[in-house]
Design a protein around this ligand. Structure first.
Ligand SMILES: [Zn+2]
Length: 124
């Protein structure tokens, strides 16, 4: 794994305790991801709401491992990070199919669901 484009569902499942993964899935399905923003080819930032809004950053290190960082009190890979990764998996193909956005993605505004359309992708 070299970039966020290469992240697969199996990688996410392996990264989290199964209970945490399931909670992350719930967060994802309930629409708790307030924003998601690919910063560059190895970093995704986002805001996930739980008891409050948490800043989540997921990046891929030089070894190809996924590193999660969340502003919540958990000191392990938390459900917020899982939810953000699941959200990314659900939208990354839209990016990839219509345009190779990742090299040029710096400076993109934060995306929320309503902004995710193929047209937006084409004209970006
Ligand atoms: Zn968290």
């Amino acid at each position: 794994m070299k970039t966020i484009k290469d992240i697969k569902i199996e990688d996410v499942q392996n990264l989290f305790d199964s209970i945490i993964f399931l909670r992350g899935e719930e967060y994802f399905e309930e629409g708790c991801i307030r924003s998601i923003e690919p910063i560059n080819s190895v970093t995704i930032n986002g805001i996930v709401s739980g008891n409050q809004n948490y800043n989540v950053s997921v990046s891929i290190d030089a070894e190809g491992d996924i590193i999660c960082d969340c502003s919540c009190p958990c000191d392990f890979n938390c459900k917020h990070s899982a939810a953000l990764l699941l959200k990314w998996l659900s939208i990354k193909d839209k990016y990839n199919k219509k345009c190779d956005v990742l090299p040029a993605i710096n400076g993109w505004a934060s995306y929320v669901d309503t902004n995710l359309s193929k047209d937006a992708c084409m004209t970006a």
